[in-house]
Design a protein around this ligand. Structure first.
Ligand SMILES: [Fe+2]
Length: 394
């Protein structure tokens, strides 16, 4: 049995014996523990975000460096104040060299409260194992990335899909929305897919979290960034790896904002318009123009189905993507595999839509992208070759 699985099982047994109030059934205090993570998210050529959870509020930092000697420390502070009351810990590492290994470990010290304004009571300290990851690199060549979507917390299916991934050539994975199946319970992502992702890969290589309509729905949706942090507070952003400029968009909910389903609690229409403006700026940036390929990631597709949200994504974002020479757009949501080639007067990009029981593997080659949609059993159900600058399929 893998070591980390044993650790998880032991942890589950400890948690199972915890009574309300933080003491064990035997009466002793429950030790501070790292309960989930770390995972690596929001990757960049000079940065990485580390996320983990503890069973009680703690003050946390990450020790990191180019060797196992580590040597540097990063914390999360808002307006100069370091977090001290959270069980979710999100620390951004920056100033890293591109394409190089970085060793790291997470450290949490239990925060028990203030005795006076300048006297704090501390509990135990827990320290994670030393792990490593590699930063992204615009000079990277010959890699693959994998997209999964619409898992809806089906962890068994998720595990089967991950078993198809060739980790030797995969620097990151994209979760393209609806990984959560309506966020109604605290900690729901852990059993649904997040612990499994960490068990297989996510503590040594990052995933990119694209928000889907079921991720942003439910009581805890507003806590999503405690599990899946954004880039500088935005759930839409871009990053680069090798010859590809990636754009992450947040397509929001799938019905009109005024629909009774949302009880007046959503405002995705202005949010999508805001992203259209940002997308135009991003695709005109030096990074996007310099890249050989531009790839958009949005949960709701611009085509390949019917409905309000698909129409809105197409109406607001497709003209911008066409002007900005997007080569490939990758989505989920419809639960139907689709591969739609460029068409005159319509989409100038290739669209590939992934389904819940498939993953999409994209091989990034010097002169083209090779996208393959693959079922859990390894069967290939669609294949698309993307040439640069909106070129047609071969
Ligand atoms: Fe969806």
């Amino acid at each position: 049995m893998p070591r980390r699985l044993v650790t998880l099982l032991c942890l589950a047994m400890v948690v199972a014996t915890v009574a309300p109030g933080g003491s064990s059934r035997q009466g002793g205090p429950v030790p501070l523990a790292i309960t989930h993570g770390p995972s690596l998210q929001v990757p960049g050529v000079s940065s990485m975000t580390v996320v983990w959870h503890t069973n009680r509020p703690a003050v946390s930092h990450v020790e990191y460096g180019p060797t196992e000697a580590l040597g540097q420390t990063a914390v999360n502070a808002e307006h100069g104040l370091i977090d001290n009351d959270r069980t979710s810990h999100v620390v951004r590492l920056s100033g890293l060299p591109p394409g190089k290994p970085c060793f790291y470990r997470v450290v949490s010290r239990e925060f028990l409260g203030y005795d006076k304004q300048h006297i704090v009571r501390w509990g135990e300290t827990v320290t994670g194992d030393i792990r490593s990851f590699t930063t992204l690199d615009t000079a990277a060549r010959g890699y693959s990335f994998t997209v999964v979507s619409d898992i809806h917390e089906n962890v068994a299916r998720f595990g089967k899909l991950l078993s198809v991934v060739d980790w030797k050539v995969t620097p990151f994975v994209v979760f393209n929305g609806d990984m959560v199946n309506d966020f109604m319970t605290e900690g729901q992502p852990f059993a649904g897919f997040l612990d499994a992702a960490i068990e297989v890969f996510a503590d040594t290589r990052p995933f990119v979290y694209v928000r889907g309509n079921h991720d942003v729905r439910g009581r805890f949706a507003r806590k999503l960034d405690e599990y899946f942090p954004t880039a500088a507070g935005r759930a839409y952003y871009s990053f680069d790896q090798g010859p590809v400029h990636f754009v992450v968009l947040d397509s929001g909910e799938d019905k009109v904002d005024g629909h009774e389903y949302y009880n007046g609690l959503v405002a995705f229409e202005p949010y999508r318009r805001e992203q259209a403006e940002w997308l135009a700026t991003d695709l005109a940036s030096p990074a996007a123009r310099r890249a050989r390929f531009r790839v958009v990631l949005s949960h709701i597709p611009p085509r390949g189905g019917e409905g309000y949200a698909i129409d809105e994504v197409r109406r607001l974002w497709e003209p911008v993507a066409n002007t900005g020479r997007v080569d490939l757009w990758m989505s989920g949501h419809t639960h139907r595999v689709a591969a739609i080639p460029p068409a005159a007067g319509a989409n100038r990009y290739h669209l590939v839509v992934n389904a819940p029981d498939t993953l999409t593997r994209v091989d990034v080659l010097r002169d083209r992208l090779e996208a393959a949609v693959i079922r859990e059993n390894g069967e290939k159900v669609a294949a698309v070759t993307v040439l640069p600058a909106g070129g047609g399929a071969r």
